[in-house]
Design a protein around this ligand. Structure first.
Ligand code: DQA
Length: 146
């Protein structure tokens, strides 16, 4: 059975390198592995996943606007390094009514001081961090339940 709900999953800079990037922190799963698992889980609920990655802040902002224009059900966002720097990403989240769930593979609060601040958290519905790829699956459960 399928409904018309669409969940947009956005991944920020350097996450295209997942699997080889600092595996001691981020593990060996690739972004494709995560996308496949999310698509399998969502399709069991009849929900569609649109999974994207960009190294460019403006792309992420445009895609958040698109989520609103297309009345998507929710956005799951790993803003990566932009988490800690981007007022513009926060403004885009605040400019839309589609709920945004922030995810992180690692737990930024256990890491360097500069990772303790998240601009995105100020606009996000909620944040899930520290569970590796499972963070995405937990965010998906939350999104499905919204
Ligand atoms: C990250 C955490 C960020 O601090 C970092 O810049 C990333 C990945 C995570 O998923 O753990 O690129 O968002």
């Amino acid at each position: 059975m399928s409904d018309d709900r669409m969940i947009l999953v956005l991944n920020g800079p350097n996450l295209n390198l997942l699997g080889t990037r600092e595996p001691d922190i981020y593990g060996y799963d690739t972004l494709d592995d995560i996308a496949t698992r999310m698509e399998d889980r969502a399709s069991a609920e009849g929900v569609s996943i649109d999974f994207r990655q960009s190294n460019h802040e403006g792309h992420l902002i445009d895609w958040l606007h698109e989520a609103q224009a297309q009345a998507m059900h929710a956005v799951i966002l790993n803003p990566a390094g932009f988490t800690h720097t981007s007022v513009a990403l926060l403004d885009a989240i605040k400019a839309i009514t589609v709920p945004v769930i922030e995810v992180h593979l690692s737990n930024p609060h256990q890491r360097e001081d500069f990772r303790h601040k998240s601009y995105v958290s100020m606009g996000a519905k909620g944040t899930i961090a520290g569970f590796g790829p499972m963070s995405y699956m937990l965010a998906l459960e939350a999104a499905l339940d919204l």
